[in-house]
Design a protein around this ligand. Structure first.
Ligand SMILES: [Zn+2]
Length: 152
């Protein structure tokens, strides 16, 4: 069977250096569909889904933006900040429009651990159920974030 040309373009866009320096697949050798399905199944077991998570991540981003680059207390032991980097990125799934390069960092005050996500990352989670491949610098582990978001 001939490969779907639209899907081929998406897969190309995910590679390092096409849209972002590190790309979106990390070291993950699974197909895009396999990654999306696996993450969706894990979230399903926790009784949440990608859209619920994306909405919460947007709310947290909006709180973070009020800190103008400084950490803001998120309550219940978490801090958050937003760093805006110049420039914009398109969606690798070939959607129209561009996304700001805002990096949002959530820090657990208890152990100092941090994780980061971006505006484009929120979009890919919300619209495509895509949390990025394992090893991608901005992959969010769905189970980990779902557990953290329950506390915030
Ligand atoms: Zn998109």
């Amino acid at each position: 069977m001939k490969e779907n040309p639209a899907l081929h373009k998406v897969i190309e866009n995910m590679k390092p250096g096409v849209i972002s320096l590190h790309g979106f697949m990390g070291k993950d050798s699974r197909s895009l569909d396999a990654i999306i399905e696996h993450d969706a199944a894990e979230l399903d077991r926790l009784g949440v889904n990608a859209i619920v998570i994306a909405i919460k991540l947007e709310e947290i981003r909006d709180t973070a933006l009020k800190g103008l680059g400084n950490f803001v207390n998120l309550g219940d032991g978490f801090l958050v900040k937003a760093d805006s980097i110049r420039g914009k990125l398109p969606c690798p799934f070939d959607h129209p429009g561009l996304f700001r390069k805002t990096v949002i960092t959530i820090q657990d005050r208890e152990d100092g651990s941090e994780f980061c996500y971006t505006d484009l990352g929120i979009h890919m989670i919300r619209e495509h159920g895509f949390f990025q491949g394992k090893g991608s610098p901005f992959r969010i582990e769905p189970v980990k974030i779902a557990k953290i978001l329950k506390k915030i």
